[in-house]
Design a protein around this ligand. Sequence first.
Ligand code: NAD
Length: 485
Amino acid sequence: MSRTLPNIPIVCGEEEIFDSADGSLPAYDPATGETIAQFACAGSREVEKAVAAARQAFEAGPWRKMRPFERGRVMQRIADRIMARREELARMECRDSGKPLRDAYWEVDCAARNFEFYGGAADKLQGSSIPLGNGWMDWTIREPVGVSLHIVPWNYPFQLIARGVAPALAAGCAVIIKPSEETPTTAYEFVKICREAGLPPGQVNLVPGRGSIAGDLLARHPGVDQITFTGSVATGQKVLAAAATHTIPCSMELGGKSPQILFADANMDAALDIIAGAAFLHCGQVCNAGTRLLVERRVHNQVVDVLQAKARALKLGKGLDDPGMGPLINKAQKSKVLSYYELASKEGDLLLGSELPSDPALKEGNFVRPALVANASNAARVAREEIFGPILTIIPFDNVAQAIEIANDSPFGLVAGVHTKNIDVAMQMSEKLRVGQVWINSFWVGLDVEFPFGGFKQSGFGREKGLEALTAYQQIKNVCVSFGA
Ligand code: NAD
């Protein structure tokens, strides 16, 4: 009996493999349950081919021989092609990950910005000259780290691929992308765009498949020189163990339980819009979602009332209809989030979230209502664990010192938001918070690839974005010359 081949292949250099030994898997629209794609699953044979294609491109391909400004031009063309297909890519991403259309446009725009930014940096990766005194010359050279593996989650797949791949290419690396099982569609479009823009074959390779098979084989493969992993702490630990088998550097972009700290003197209307947005964006499935709200006790009840009204007003729907909030990614995530809602009703005052949406149009999708847990303790599980759903845990505090203590009392340290008009308090908080990024009177800024992003503690290590990200993809070589004075 003949079997239907998938429409998303494994890409190893110029070869596209649709018929892999490990078969294929479907990808679903989380809003409707419809199958939207079928992707080939890589096993050991395809992993070997992908690594060989990347190694060949890195060792002998034209990319490293090109002048850096020429590499920058190819990268600018990738940005242009992404923008030329903005509408199509955003719609594809909506169906694949379930996010509202406006959020998907942002994702595509961000991907293009990464290529503009790092394309512009390709010819500015300078070393330094080190003074050693008479008769000595010493300088450093920045060399590409080699074959760079990018293991990507499902929540912002197109943007996250670009976020890691653009600096890797600017540095001169060859790349292998392992997309999530949940969202393989735009990854393949990304590879096609790179090819159309003139990126040499093998420079970017695509290895869809099961994380525990394809991802694991890639992470422990001696032909891989560096890993950029974005995903959960539990998987990150497995990837680190696999990387340790051949001692390669890793960048770890993991989860969070990020605090938003609201003082009574803040501009309340603006702050509460930001706070609700940061909790419920993409149904709470965002690594740096502001999922713990620390609020000055005297305004706690009034804040809860406003946030409750905002959460209640969020209209659920499928991403393409650009609703207030879309679905969760899959049925397992829906069960997990609902089990936390049940827990929340024991750990605080659960407001909203306990009823499933009744609209028949949402029946087949993975929809849940947003939830608030008021008067919670920071010791509660809903305050400590990353839930990855639309649930905001609200914890009262009495003074600045207590706010700092509660904010820092977390296994995570990705980002924090502070809302106050008091500049002294804002500066004190930014100094004391143990997180990779502090926003004052904001939370998420837009197409901001310019500044670094990454976490403290279990939120990971290494930095994405900004010029800092380039360091992950470069080796520093020092040359020291004695010319016999
Ligand atoms: P996940 O950890 O389940 O999967 C991430 C990727 O790892 C997928 O591609 C998966 O196939 C692969 N994988 C699974 N097992 C593997 C293994 N044994 N070896 C190698 N690869 C393996 O994460 P997810 O559910 O896709 O994404 C959600 C998580 O990602 C959340 O924790 C979120 O906070 C985090 N995230 C972090 C950032 C950041 O920048 N810090 C950004 C987005 C998402």
